[in-house]
Design a protein around this ligand. Structure first.
Ligand SMILES: [Zn+2]
Length: 231
């Protein structure tokens, strides 16, 4: 496998359901740049998976799983084979729930609602990063793949923002890119989402500033994407 094939494999794989590819793994061992892409992508997948697990899974899904487990507890001679089948079935339910959860586009009804979610994630203070600023170019490629739109980073350096790194996060029910900046020794959070997640019109270049729970928050739209910066 060469770099091109590897990158094609990486951009189409779904780490959640796909098995490891031995050819890709052996290419990794000898290729530093592909290895670094792979690490970023795996880190991003991990961050979104853990963000998902922190969200409430729909209550009836829990009930269904419990019901199935209650059946399993009945001493009606469950063979090992059946248990394996059950485990596979349960993981299928979870994967499907995950897909429904993130593939049905959730839409914000107003910018206040979006701002509050952004502040909520910011105040949680989880600064885990899947990549650092020195890998930002590769990270943007991988973020675009995961989020299914071409992520464009705004140029903020001349406003005194220094990029530290980032990961993926769940912004309410939307997947978003989460970037960490430092400005005047303060950690700021920038969230980038597809415009699709707004349930109303917003013109390119328009901006909304507010203070939410004591955090100055700016939301703006540029080049078809929505940015929310929390200070
Ligand atoms: Zn390579």
């Amino acid at each position: 496998m060469n770099c091109k094939d590897f990158q094609h494999w990486l951009s189409t794989r779904d780490a959640f359901t796909d098995k490891e590819n031995p050819e890709a793994m052996s290419h990794l061992k000898g290729c530093e740049s592909c290895e670094s892409l792979y690490k970023i992508d795996t880190g991003l997948e991990k961050s979104i998976k853990s963000a998902f697990h922190q969200q409430e899974i729909p209550r009836d899904l829990y009930d269904q799983i419990e019901l199935t487990l209650d059946h399993a507890k009945n001493p009606i001679m469950l063979t090992k084979l059946r248990l394996t089948g059950l485990a596979a079935f349960l993981s299928l339910i979870i994967v499907t729930a995950y897909m429904i959860f993130f593939d049905t586009p959730f839409r914000y009804q107003n910018l206040q609602q979006l701002g509050e979610k952004a502040v909520f994630v910011h105040l949680k203070g989880n600064t885990t990063m899947s990549f650092n600023d020195n890998k930002i170019e590769q990270a943007v490629v991988m973020l675009s793949k995961e989020l299914k739109f071409n992520v464009i980073l705004p140029y903020l350096k001349d406003q005194g923002y220094n990029l530290l790194g980032g990961r993926l996060c769940a912004l309410g029910k939307c997947k978003a890119a989460y970037l960490f900046f430092e400005k005047k020794k303060k950690l700021c959070s920038l969230f980038i989402m597809d415009y699709d997640h707004l349930g109303f019109e917003m013109a390119d270049g328009s901006r909304f500033s507010n203070i939410i729970k004591g955090c100055p928050t700016d939301i703006w739209k540029e080049k078809g994407q929505v940015y929310a910066m929390v200070h």
